[in-house]
Design a protein around this ligand. Structure first.
Ligand code: OOG
Ligand code: MG
Length: 261
């Protein structure tokens, strides 16, 4: 695929994000035979556009790392995307529906990376050794595609539906936990909507970060010291509605919350 075409598709997707409207998925019209590799080329152009606008990367993120998510979205492989500075919402803050298309929330465990991690061949144990701290997070995903419906190459091109992130404020060292056994609940207005444990993410959330390092190695890239990385939703995502008070509670890691206005 020509770089100019990849850029055109990236512009089409960013226009959907900026104008807060759904767009027809890439594989429906623009490029029916888009491959996953080409999806990443589009994503790379999209990331370059944001960097050129002065946006800063908080970290790459993993998505579709749990069976619950793969089944919900009808795709069968983990993917990565990028979280930018303008996507951050403070813990306890507000997310306005008027800024977004059709947002959903996910409960995730985030890793603060203490040393560069360069694949291939990285394991979860190596990730933990290079992790400075872990913290609870809520990710707000907002696919730019109609009805949140897409194929794997489509969602890769669309920066893995990344939209907003709320990080918790309790920061813990990973050695204090068996992160696979950490239980989590995702509640809206005091009612538990989803629940799970860290093991839902590839057996252990650190395995998702290891997979990310190994995927980034394919384009000669790595995880960097200081990156704050989402390991992927433990459970299915929940659609947000105006007035929702959203809370994620993680055993030993505390609570993270926001309000939908
Ligand atoms: C893709 C993004 C998935 C996760 O944590 O699994 C994701 C989507 O479901 O729209 O961020
Ligand atoms: Mg996510």
């Amino acid at each position: 695929m020509e770089a100019t075409f990849a850029k055109e598709i990236a512009q089409y997707l960013v226009a959907g994000e900026v104008e807060k409207r759904e767009v027809t998925k890439v594989t429906a019209e623009l490029k029916p035979d888009l491959t996953v590799e080409e999806g990443y080329l589009v994503q790379q152009e999209l990331v370059a556009m944001k960097l050129a606008e002065g946006r800063k990367i908080v970290g790459p993120k993993m998505g579709l790392t749990s069976q619950a998510k793969m089944q919900q979205m009808d795709v069968d492989e983990p993917i990565y995307g990028y979280v930018f500075d303008y996507m951050l919402i403070e813990n306890g803050g507000k997310v306005s529906l008027s800024d977004l298309i059709h947002p959903k929330v996910e409960a995730e465990i985030a890793f603060v990376i203490g040393e560069d991690i360069e694949g291939p061949g990285i394991t979860g144990a190596q990730v933990l050794a290079k992790t400075e701290s872990v913290l609870p997070a809520l990710e707000i995903i907002d696919s730019r595609y109609e009805n949140f419906n897409f194929t794997l190459p489509d969602v890769v091109a669309d920066n893995a539906s990344t939209s907003r992130v709320v990080f918790g404020t309790t920061i813990k060292s990973p050695e204090q936990f068996e992160l696979d056994l950490v239980g989590a609940t995702l509640s809206i207005n005091g009612e538990i909507k989803e629940l799970g444990a860290g093991a839902a993410v590839l057996g252990h959330p650190a395995n998702a970060i290891a997979m990310l390092a190994n995927m980034l190695a394919k384009k000669g890239d790595k995880i960097r010291k200081g990156d704050v990385i989402l390991s992927g939703a433990l459970t299915g995502a929940v659609l947000l509605e105006e007035g929702d008070v959203v809370s994620g509670k993680f055993d030993g890691l505390g609570e993270v919350s926001f309000i939908v206005t």
